[in-house]
Design a protein. Structure first.
Ligand SMILES: [Mn+2]
Length: 300
């Protein structure tokens, strides 16, 4: 920091002026999209696993009237043990604040990893509304219950230490991902997730995901809503379960997925490739490489 001369202080306002808003990341306008609503969750900021570069890129290229942060945005469990914060993670925060400044309504529905924020439900932080759970009305009049989803998680409510142990093991699987990613990138192979592979290979995990989806849909039905939007299990999905439209917006530690609503109330899952992978994909054309946007599940 440079020395400050007496007259600089006397100028007033010179030193205390607010830093300029961070510049927009958008360079490729063909990739820019406008949505009515964006839902993201399980970004796990503060951890190594967080794909912050991809997330900041996604936020810079996707605008919306309302942005829902559906929990596990900041990983309080991990930050308690070790502080891990990068410039890309700061960029994510800046992109969210830039949305607030440009008139986007940003609603934060805390999850289990950021449960510290639940105490602040009903308050406003830097223009971000903190709400325990929300009801979102789509453009075509459907009422969606928005919640993180951990409260239906038997493991979490019965034995918290067990969930923490699972979280620790999962963290290691994600670090394995990094290694696999680096090796495959060097070989010019497309992205492949070790932890996602393991999760899908484990039969119990698949059964668990199904049970979770059914329980959440059943609870939504009891509430008399048309559908539900949640996160928590890191498995993006749109499907109808017993007359309820179940939406899961996925995560930003493995799949880099978001749930978006268009001006007519249509919901879609977007998968966003990491900017570094896109550069790799251009350098080595690979048939199976993911594009910038890949529309996935379509509601029945
Ligand atoms: Mn969670």
């Amino acid at each position: 920091m440079a020395e400050v001369a007496w007259f600089e202080n006397a100028l007033g306002g010179f030193l205390t002026s607010r830093p300029a808003a961070p510049p927009a990341l958008v360079t490729d306008t063909s990739r820019f999209s406008r949505h009515r609503t964006i839902f993201i969750s399980d970004t796990h900021l503060g951890t190594r696993g967080c794909k912050a570069e991809a997330l900041a890129d996604f936020l810079a290229h996707n605008d919306c009237a309302t942005l829902f942060l559906v929990g596990d945005i900041v990983d309080g469990w991990r930050l308690k043990r070790r502080w891990y914060w990068t410039d890309a993670q700061t960029q994510v925060v800046n992109e969210i604040l830039r949305k607030v400044d440009s008139g986007t309504r940003v609603i934060f529905v805390p999850g289990n990893h950021d449960e510290f924020a639940r105490e602040y439900a009903g308050r406003l932080f830097a223009g971000v509304e903190v709400i325990q759970e929300a009801i979102h009305e789509t453009a075509d009049g459907k009422r969606l219950w928005v919640l993180h989803g951990d409260r239906f998680d038997g493991v979490i409510s019965f034995a918290k230490w067990l969930a923490h142990a699972g979280d620790w093991a999962y963290g290691w699987a994600l670090r394995g991902n990094e290694l696999v990613f680096r090796v495959r990138k060097r070989l010019g192979l497309p992205y492949w997730s070790l932890s996602a592979f393991l999760k899908h290979k484990v039969k119990n995990a698949v059964e668990y995901i199904c049970r979770f989806e059914e329980v959440v849909a059943e609870q939504a039905r009891l509430r008399g809503v048309d559908g539900v939007v949640c996160g928590h299990i890191h498995h993006a999905e749109i499907r109808e379960i017993g007359g309820i439209i179940y939406h899961n917006d996925g995560d930003w530690v493995e799949s880099c997925s978001a749930l978006v609503e268009d001006a007519h109330g249509n919901m879609e899952i977007l998968r966003w490739a990491d900017p570094s992978q896109r550069r790799t994909a251009r350098a080595h054309p690979v048939p199976a490489a993911r594009g910038a946007i890949q529309a996935a599940t379509v509601p029945a």
